[in-house]
Write a protein that binds this ligand. Structure first.
Ligand code: BES
Ligand code: MN
Ligand code: ZN
Length: 485
């Protein structure tokens, strides 16, 4: 999806769509004011009559406007000017793009920016690339028509290019999550990763079942046993700085379908479980963007890929597994599989000697109970590193909130027969007992766990985004990498 820029004045722009921004209060920003002048005061009068509110993300469509050579003008609210941030710019621009993608359109010009910082432009361009893409991959009658020719007016070329790269990363993650689970399984995910690596110059290594066996990844392999689809571990390496510079590690849960295993899920809980590889997809989307942006950092991305299914050889309740780091795990619920997969992937990660680790996982329903659908949970063994992740997320407008890691939660995963068990005592605090389990495998390295069970997959559409995979987390990871390790 090509994004270009233009320096032409509004009066000269010929396009099928024009997007303008208005704040919650007058005066109108530059491009909107210019349109207002050309159209004989249309915007001012609509604003004063409260037909246009300027509220964040509100979209108003004006058809056949006077004074410009565009058939459709979309006016999007940016909220109060003094509180305009990247999250608002992303969502407003995405809402406008979503609205214009209801039918096939040629050139669409975005003229939102009014002396905006490069960061705001980047976020808004990203939104324009993401908002117009939907989840109707397999529908004959499309509901979204991705804008084929997006032009940003009056912005810096480099900022626009960065925003487009970021948007493509988010869309990659969304597409992988939206693919049906019988098409997106460990091998096909690995194949998608190989394509990304070939296109961006990332180094890639894929471990098959035999390699995972020889690496003693007993916890990951136990989960994989119930499926006819063999597991994979994808390792992506990006070197943007000298080899002796600190390494940032991104780890993703890639359960391409979570039936729950023998602790089988009911239909309602299972029907969206193609989304259980969102952590891995987020890591891949972010790695693609980091490589294309040529960020001056070293990053390793690890995606643990398995399908959690049922067969005559499924792993069982009461089984004791030996994880790669030597710890033994009593299995008391086969639906608590994500932590078993991550246990071994985190240990492989530790072996690479990263300075900092972030993992992303659709790990627990309990996190959604605690924080709702829109907020990810943060859990850590290192307050400073968690602060850095939270700050990057806040800046991008991706809501995340820290949950406590009191030692008492760790007591809950002690087992009578093994070193640890894969569930806590009862349901309460389940997001945290899961994180305490993961902590057993990071060898004390600075680590932040992001539970994205809520925000990674939208069951209903948002004003700025269709339902399905949201790409949540990609922007935060890229921001984190851009800030350096
Ligand atoms: N993949 C699920 C968590 C999940 C729930 C993700 C809802 C997205 C939306 C995970 O593997 C799981 O099943 N967790 C169990 C853990 C329990 C058995 C300790 C859960 O949350 O119920
Ligand atoms: Mn599960
Ligand atoms: Zn799961």
């Amino acid at each position: 999806m090509p994004v270009t820029t233009t320096k032409s004045s509004l009066a000269d722009i010929e396009a099928e769509g024009l997007v303008l921004g208005v704040y919650a209060e007058l005066p109108l920003p530059g491009p909107a004011a210019e349109f207002d002048r050309l159209s004989g005061g249309t915007l001012t009068s609509l604003f004063e009559a409260k037909e246009i509110s300027g509220k964040k993300g509100d979209v108003t469509t004006l058809l056949a406007p006077q004074g410009v050579k565009t058939r459709t003008v979309v006016v999007v609210g940016l909220g109060p000017q003094n509180s305009l941030d990247r999250g608002t710019a992303y969502r407003a621009s995405a809402a406008a793009a979503k609205s214009l993608s209801s039918k096939e359109r040629g050139k669409v010009v975005f003229a939102l920016a009014d002396q905006w910082s490069a960061e705001l432009v980047e976020a808004a361009v990203c939104g324009s690339v993401v908002g117009c893409v939907g989840q109707d991959i397999y529908r004959a009658k499309k509901s979204r028509f991705p804008l084929a020719n997006i032009v940003w007016a009056g912005v810096d070329d480099a900022a626009a290019e960065r925003g487009a790269i970021l948007g493509e990363g988010v869309n990659l993650t969304r597409r992988l999550v939206n693919e049906p689970p019988s098409d997106m399984y460990p091998e096909s995910f690995a194949a998608a990763a190989r394509k990304v690596a070939a296109a961006t110059g990332l180094a890639i290594e894929v471990w098959d079942a035999a390699r995972l066996e020889s690496e003693r990844c007993g916890a990951l392999l136990a989960v994989a046993r119930g499926s006819v689809k063999p597991p994979r571990l994808v390792i992506l390496r990006y070197q943007g700085a000298a080899a002796d510079k600190p390494l940032l590690a991104l780890v993703g849960k890639g359960v391409t379908f979570d039936s729950g295993g023998l602790s089988i899920k009911p239909t309602d809980g299972m029907k969206t479980m193609k989304c259980d590889m969102a952590g891995a997809a987020t890591v891949l989307g972010a790695m693609q963007a980091i490589a294309q942006l040529k960020l001056p950092v070293n990053v390793i991305g690890l995606c643990g890929l398995v399908e959690n299914m049922i067969s005559g050889d499924s792993y069982k309740l009461g089984d004791v597994l030996r994880a790669r780091n030597g710890k033994t795990i009593e299995v008391l619920n086969t639906d608590a599989e994500g932590r078993l997969v991550l246990a071994d992937v985190l240990d492989v990660c530790v072996q690479e000697n990263p300075a900092r680790i972030v993992d992303l996982a659709t790990l627990t329903g309990a996190c959604v109970v605690a924080l709702g659908n829109d907020v990810a949970g943060l859990m850590t063994n290192d307050e400073a590193w968690c602060g850095a992740v939270k700050s990057a997320a806040d800046t991008c407008g991706e809501p995340m909130w820290q949950l406590p890691m009191f030692p008492e939660f760790g007591e809950q995963i002690r087992s009578e027969v093994a070193d640890i068990k894969n569930v806590g005592d009862g349901r309460w605090g389940g997001a945290i007992t899961a994180a305490k389990f993961l902590e057993e495998f990071v060898a004390g390295k600075p680590w932040v766990h992001i539970d994205i069970a809520g925000p990674s997959f939208l069951e209903g559409a948002k004003p700025w985004l269709d339902a399905g995979g949201s790409g949540f987390g990609v922007r935060t990871l890229v921001e984190l990498a851009a800030r350096g390790v």
